[in-house]
Design a protein around this ligand. Structure first.
Ligand SMILES: CC(C)(COP(=O)(O)OP(=O)(O)OC[C@H]1O[C@@H](n2cnc3c(N)ncnc32)[C@H](O)[C@@H]1OP(=O)(O)O)[C@@H](O)C(=O)NCCC(=O)NCCS
Length: 186
């Protein structure tokens, strides 16, 4: 009888490389990925747009946008954005994955790693995420990582001619479970 394999999938957040552009365009060029993302996400997503996105990241002063790698393959993008002015103690997180990588628990781990990064790297007390209400997978990922639903902006998300409620989720530093910091990669 064959024993079950004891390998574990590797989920990492790290820097983009110029050679990631074709895979970035391939996984990003999907209306199902774009459906609940902001309009600055290109749809269709061309190779040129992927190349421009990666070159723009090289100009960033702070690391804030990461390649999501699943067993070393580029699977998506994750980012943290520090807010300004009276919201400067808050950062917003966001993430997306290519459709072939959905349903494997990747985003749940990506979200955990973003939380660890954001609260370690930035002098913040709060993380936020905004989600269109039909995006159940994203809501679940945030809740599994301890985010609380804080507000509903009724019909606050307009995309492709449709209006959805926009949900605001928040996580305070003081609410963090110690277990979140048990190693950044798994
Ligand atoms: C949202 C997204 C990142 C989730 O990635 P993922 O790796 O599939 O997420 P995970 O596998 O870690 O977890 C998904 C959870 O949602 C649940 N789920 C998925 N679809 C669901 C649905 N229609 N209704 C309810 N729950 C759902 C899964 O069962 C899972 O929960 P579980 O672990 O308790 O079973 C991915 O679907 C995506 O990239 N979507 C397009 C871009 C996007 O919307 N990004 C988020 C913007 S806020």
């Amino acid at each position: 009888m064959a024993l079950p394999e004891l390998t574990e999938d590797k989920i990492e957040l790290n820097s983009f490389l110029p050679e990631d552009a074709p895979q970035l365009a391939a996984i990003g060029n999907n209306p199902k990925v774009a459906q609940f993302l902001r309009d600055n996400f290109p749809s269709p997503y061309t190779l040129q747009q992927a190349e421009d996105f990666i070159s723009m990241l090289t100009l960033e002063r702070e690391p804030s946008v990461f390649a999501v790698r699943f067993n070393d393959e580029l699977a998506g993008v994750a980012g943290v954005k520090l807010l300004e002015d009276v919201q400067r103690k808050t950062a917003e997180i966001g993430f997306w994955l290519g459709e072939e990588y959905w349903g494997k628990g990747i985003a749940t781990e990506v979200c955990r790693q973003l939380i660890v990064f954001a609260f370690t790297y930035y002098d913040i007390i709060r993380l936020e995420a905004e989600v269109a209400s039909p995006n159940k997978a994203s809501v679940r990922v945030l809740k599994k990582n301890g985010f609380k639903r804080e507000a509903v902006l009724r019909k606050g998300f307009h995309k492709n001619g449709l209006n959805y409620d926009l949900l605001i989720f928040g996580l305070l530093k003081e609410e963090l479970a110690n277990s979140l910091f048990d190693g950044v990669t798994r």
